[in-house]
Design a protein around this ligand. Structure first.
Ligand SMILES: C[S@@+](CC[C@H](N)C(=O)[O-])C[C@H]1O[C@@H](n2cnc3c(N)ncnc32)[C@H](O)[C@@H]1O
Length: 238
């Protein structure tokens, strides 16, 4: 998630990303007694500091674009949505956590971009926001719960306007400072995500499917090379 190091690996208190397997959730499993909505609500209520800055791969992809309508899937604390609004995008920001949505709305008003940000609570497993988008961003849209991610991302691809872009960025490696060094953790590769999407190549093309490395900084100031899994898809122009 957006964090001190902007990698999504740690939050500003140095805890591990809750989308990853945690000591609390076990080896990639959420606590049996808690559902996704309660889990993420609890996480967001407890932590107000992370995810407040733009993720670097979103900035890289979106900065050269002419601002239009954007959708931020699993917006978290809203660093990406706020950044996009500050660039002039009309942003629909969606999260399962009511606290995350409420805070983002308030922060957008504080920053003077309240008119540009529509923050909506959705469990994307059940509902999807209305509208057509020039850019859909799913940054570290990962969760320890069952999620029909392929279906959600396919819906997102269909919600693109002609020429619109879908950017999916996932964790690709475990930082050394992450408590979880389980070698069995599997991060979806860009190719796997593309295969899950199963998009008609006549209507959507893959512009980018790669696993860039970069230096990230951990909670104690330590640095390491981390990997992001990146998929960028474009809807054909009408
Ligand atoms: C790993 S965090 C990433 C947050 C943000 N995109 C970032 O990069 O900082 C995943 C986000 O997805 C949200 N989320 C998880 N499951 C969801 C669902 N079923 N529907 C909507 N949002 C969900 C969580 O509340 C959390 O904010």
């Amino acid at each position: 998630m957006g964090s001190t190091d902007q990698t999504g690996f740690t939050d500003q208190t140095g805890s591990t990303d809750p989308s990853r397997p945690t000591a609390e959730t076990g080896s990639g499993h959420a606590p049996a007694e808690e559902d996704a909505a309660r889990f993420w609500e609890r996480i967001h209520r407890a932590r107000s500091g992370w995810g407040t800055r733009v993720n670097p791969l979103l900035a890289e992809v979106a900065a050269p674009l002419r601002p239009g309508a954007a959708l931020d899937l699993g917006c978290g604390s809203g660093g990406d949505s706020l950044w996009m609004a500050q660039q002039g995008w009309h942003v629909t920001a969606v999260d399962i956590s009511a606290t995350a949505v409420r805070r983002l709305r308030a922060r957008a008003r504080e920053l003077g971009v309240g008119e540009l940000v529509s923050a909506e609570r959705h469990d994307l497993a059940d509902s999807f926001p209305d509208g057509g988008f020039d850019l859909v961003s799913a940054q570290y849209f990962q969760t320890p719960f069952e999620l029909p991610r392929g279906d959600i991302l396919r819906t997102a691809a269909r919600a693109l306007r002609p020429g619109g872009l879908l950017l999916v960025v996932d964790h690709g490696s475990t930082a050394p400072w992450s408590w979880n060094q389980d070698p069995d953790v599997h991060y979806p590769t860009p190719e796997e995500t593309a295969a899950e999407l199963a998009l008609d190549p006549a209507r959507w093309s893959v512009l980018r499917a790669d696993m860039p490395r970069r230096r990230a900084t951990g909670p104690a100031g330590e640095t390491a090379t981390v990997i992001d899994n990146v998929l960028l898809v474009q809807r054909a122009a009408a």
